[in-house]
Design a protein around this ligand. Sequence first.
Ligand SMILES: Cc1ncc(COP(=O)(O)O)c(C=O)c1O
Length: 359
Amino acid sequence: MVEEEWGEGLIRSWNQAGWYVAPARIGAKLCPLLGAKPHEVTITESISINLFKLLVTAARLRPSRKTIIAEHGNFPSDNHIVESVARLLGLKARFVPAGEIAAAIDVDTGVATLSHVNYRTAEVQDMTAVTAAAHAKGALIVWDLAHSTGAVDLRLDEARADFAVGCGYKFLNGGPGAPSHVFVAERHLDFIDQPLTGWFGHAEPFRFDDGYRRAEGIRHMLCSTPQMLSMAAFEKALDAFAGVSMTEVERKGRALGELMIELYDERLAALGCGLATLREGVRRGNHVSFTHRSGYAVMQALIQRGVIGDFRAPDVMRFGFGPLYVRFVDIYDAVSAINDIIESGAYKDEAVGERQAVT
Ligand SMILES: Cc1ncc(COP(=O)(O)O)c(C=O)c1O
């Protein structure tokens, strides 16, 4: 990519190396993981940007309705975007706990948005049931699949999902800032009118017309020139999933989580750790989180030992499992290390005063 397609090919590679069609090509590769059709998925920009596009798109499809319902406690970026979209369109944003969204949707709700798997608790929402509840009231749903794609067995079409965004840099291993993915159900494709009308979503960008004419289908969801180096890394990472059954991936991830919770009960519960994820396997996505009052310091000490998880303020230590390569022995070793660090008090040696910018 760097030496030949970029170094030698330069702009010729937009045609010759298939850069121009990369968003659609990679989207088609991803669709088996989403349970979607190839023409319903494209790869572009970030989750937050795509969420913005989809929320406005959905609200424009329900112009007489004045409320957006979102999840209290969702990943903050999502709710920041919801508030901005509401302000921009003169709508009311209403936040309720995820489990209450289906019941909260009423005839004034144009669009609801929530995470399929919660970023802290790993709680999985019943996509089919929530979608059906929204549709019964005439509302549309935008799903955030950040903690779902590549981790659980998604069936977007079967669930009658309307819209979704997902992440390239978590379970899909696309690298830092890897492009995200956008899903629009086939039945909406002819009617979408997304707000970021950049030239890559134009029907014929290289005619350089003054006016915007939207591209047919999912390509209208594009805005800017694709970041090709990130796209190339993401495509290769995705190839690792080729031919892999997501049912098996989900099963392995769940078994890894079960083991971690079992070991938590045996070794960590008595040490001041709490379990922040659900126990019930079928309602839990692919990460396990523990709370500890010195969670930041414990995580820093773990990282020193090569066990690398996330810290989510105020006190959550989160461990995500890539089921394709994380082994059961890795879980055992991670819990042993947490046990050791807390029991010995080694975490107290960590310089907790100065938190790094990224935790
Ligand atoms: C659930 C969820 N939504 C949105 C985001 C934000 O993603 P992006 O940085 O691609 O906008 C994240 C990032 O971790 C996330 O976990």
